[in-house]
Design a protein around this ligand. Structure first.
Ligand code: URA
Length: 243
């Protein structure tokens, strides 16, 4: 791998800045100062240090994206912009979104090339919790909230023909939006197709706007705007059980 590409996988600076830092002799490979960005290194065996700090090569890449509406959670699409198009500058091969948000849904999406993590997060057995901000057509009554929390029929059936109700969830009031529509936070522990919209339909309501706020230990960064992304922090990686 080229040295500048290797350095680019760390939060050191832009490609241009990295070139400058190299020129200034801030990087060593196996103890020798290297000033040329196009020198090839073996990321698994060479010891690369920047400002004297050894950089451990990380095999996988993890990004938090604030998915905007109008973008599909797919790796390729003939018609629409994909979430991968938004990370094109990263030049990382094999990235996939951990789960899908509908084209009109906004919010937290994790993208990674760590298939094992995606599997762990999406496994139905793990019941990873997801919190959504849900803007509704109508105010949710106490009894509708109770129904949602207990489990509702969203049109899924078990082999024996009985309804496969949603797992228990949590509803909390989150006020009124600027258009005067009621807002709730809904925490669910599974990821069925259009789940939140279908849950609200099941109690005669309608989702007008949907945004994912969190997934497991990851919370949408307040500093990100729709369409922006950043690498996961060490704390977030630790919370996800990645060393
Ligand atoms: N539930 C939905 O209905 N849509 C999403 O995008 C995510 C959860």
């Amino acid at each position: 791998m080229r040295l500048d590409k290797f350095l680019g996988t760390y939060d050191i600076g832009t490609r241009k800045q990295i070139k400058e830092y190299l020129k200034n002799g801030r990087c060593t490979v196996n103890g020798e100062v290297i000033t040329k960005p196009d020198v090839h290194i073996n990321e698994n065996s060479d010891k690369v240090a920047f400002d004297g700090i050894v950089l451990e090569y990380s095999k996988f890449h993890y990004f938090m994206l604030y998915k905007p509406a109008g973008v599909v959670s797919a790796t390729t699409d003939g018609n629409n912009t994909t979430v991968l198009d938004l990370l094109a500058d990263e030049n990382v091969k094999g990235l996939s979104p951990a789960g899908r948000l509908d084209i009109d849904t906004e919010g937290l999406l994790l993208l990674t090339d760590d298939g094992g993590l995606i599997h762990r997060l999406l496994s139905p057995k793990k019941h990873v919790n997801k919190v959504y901000e849900v803007h509704l057509r109508e105010v949710l009554s106490e009894s509708d909230s109770k129904k949602l929390e207990t489990g509702v029929n969203i049109g899924n059936y078990k082999d024996d023909g009985s309804p496969d109700l949603t797992l228990p969830s949590k509803v909390s009031d989150a006020g009124i939006d600027e258009d005067g529509h009621p807002v709730v936070h809904l925490t669910i522990h599974e990821g069925r197709f259009h789940q939140v919209k279908r849950m609200m339909e099941a109690v005669g309501n309608e989702v007008l706007f949907l945004k994912r706020l969190s997934m497991g230990p990851l919370h949408l960064d307040d500093n990100l705007h729709p369409g922006e992304y950043r690498k996961l922090t060490d704390e977030e990686l630790k919370a996800l059980d990645i060393e």
